[in-house]
Design a protein around this ligand. Structure first.
Ligand SMILES: [Zn+2]
Length: 421
């Protein structure tokens, strides 16, 4: 690993619509390579293979033959899995609970052998050959201020790899390009970090999080959708059905089985929640957030009053795990009052119950349309900044506050800063 400084610049793609299916197939095959590798490498909790060379030797030929991917993407799939297994083994060594990595979120990893990074487009390998994808560029006169202008277009930063991602809600593709700068002055970095730490005491950045009973389990103010609440409910319902059948059987052995599957399920759901919290904290780290803001728990309970005890447990546990995990990080968890976060337009502030229809938010005043949970998450972050602006002491100790949004930060005066994330 070289330790050249890195920046990641997210770039929205204008994907040719007749190629979208190729990318979805590429993603399926890529994740399949990673999952097969994970199956192979994760043998028992105390015996896992963490050597990339060993994994490639054992798996590459078969995986290459079974998939339509280029050699490079097959290798990338194997390596991605081995890195995750390795991270899992590290956790086990620390005595933390973890389980075999599963790759189910939409992503494909590219490097210079499987992609080219050009001024206004990239070419990317797919199961169906190379595809050219145009960038949606920031406006010309604002570009200098954007990560795209500062890093992607700079001669000093060099695009070395990228992750292709897909937003299922907006149906947009994003390329998160990682750039390296081998000549970046080490002194310079330290100075820069020191300054931002100092500023951090004055001006914090918070990530808003909306929790839900249907759709995505958690949605952040930066537009990240974490886990599926529907999936969690589905798993729980399966357990209930099985329990019901066993209860009807009524034998002693069926009673023991009920106990066993019950405790296996609670292990599984705790693991699942831990992994979702990790995704949330990764996002917080990615956007350099200082605080993670939820709606207060009492509301979470009311909001899901129609939901099951299990769902109430899951949300409380999720927040509890988040609070526990941030203890050794430079982060805090805090809460806002939930009133109207789902009805308020995060764009113009207009609040009306007609703005929200299930998962769709459409502002009756300014016409802003967006996923309703994402809108709520932005309101949660903005509301917290309002508290700080009006003098409430923040847990981070600063006097001003910015909300972390998809491509930058927004302060209470409505000034938007694009940021390198
Ligand atoms: Zn509006």
């Amino acid at each position: 690993m070289d330790d050249a400084p890195r920046r990641t610049v997210p770039i929205k793609l204008n994907m040719p619509s007749d190629c979208e299916a190729d990318f979805h197939h590429t993603k399926d095959q890529f994740l399949n390579c990673a999952n097969q590798t994970s199956d192979w490498a994760w043998r028992y909790d105390d015996y896992c293979i963490t050597s990339k060379a060993k994994a490639e030797k054992a798996l590459y030929d078969d995986l290459k033959a079974e998939h339509d991917l280029t050699a490079n993407l097959v290798q990338k799939g194997i390596r991605r899995a081995i890195e995750a297994v390795d991270a899992g083994v590290e956790k086990l060594k620390e005595g933390e609970k973890t389980s075999q990595p599963v790759f189910d979120s939409w992503s494909v990893v590219y490097d210079k052998r499987s992609a080219t990074f050009n001024a206004d487009h990239a070419t990317l390998s797919t199961v169906n050959g190379r595809v050219k994808a145009d960038y949606v560029l920031p406006l010309e006169d604002e570009r200098e201020e954007t990560p795209f202008g500062r890093y992607y277009e700079s001669d000093e930063w060099d695009a070395s790899s990228a992750t292709l991602q897909y937003d299922e809600h907006s149906e947009d593709f994003y390329l998160h390009v990682t750039l390296k700068n081998p000549n970046y002055e080490v002194d310079g970095i330290e100075r820069q970090e020191a300054t931002s730490r100092e500023e951090g005491t004055e001006n914090g950045v918070v990530l808003g999080v909306d929790l839900n009973v249907t759709g995505a389990f958690a949605v952040t103010s930066t537009g990240k959708f974490i886990g599926s609440a529907d999936y969690l409910t589905h798993k729980r319902n399966e357990l209930e059905k099985r329990r019901g059948r066993l209860q009807q059987t009524g034998t002693r052995s069926s009673h023991l089985t009920i106990q066993r599957i019950g405790s296996r399920f609670s292990d599984w759901s705790l693991d699942w929640l831990h992994n979702r919290v990790n995704e949330l904290l990764e996002e917080a780290e990615r956007v350099n957030a200082d605080g993670v803001i939820f709606e207060n728990l009492k509301h979470i309970r009311e909001n899901i009053a129609n939901g099951s005890k299990f769902q109430q447990w899951a949300y409380a546990k999720f927040v509890e795990i988040a609070e526990y995990k941030i203890e050794d990080r430079d982060l805090f968890v805090d809460f806002v009052s939930p009133a109207y976060t789902s009805q308020r337009c995060s764009c113009c502030g207009f609040t009306h119950e007609d703005n929200r229809d299930d998962k769709t938010f459409a502002c009756q005043k300014c016409g802003y349309e967006v996923n309703a949970d994402y809108n709520a998450a932005k309101n949660i972050a903005v509301r917290y900044c309002g508290y700080i602006h009006r003098g409430q002491k923040s847990r981070g100790g600063w006097a001003a506050c910015q909300s972390a949004l998809k491509s930058g930060t927004l302060n209470v005066n409505g000034e938007f800063n694009a940021s390198a994330v």
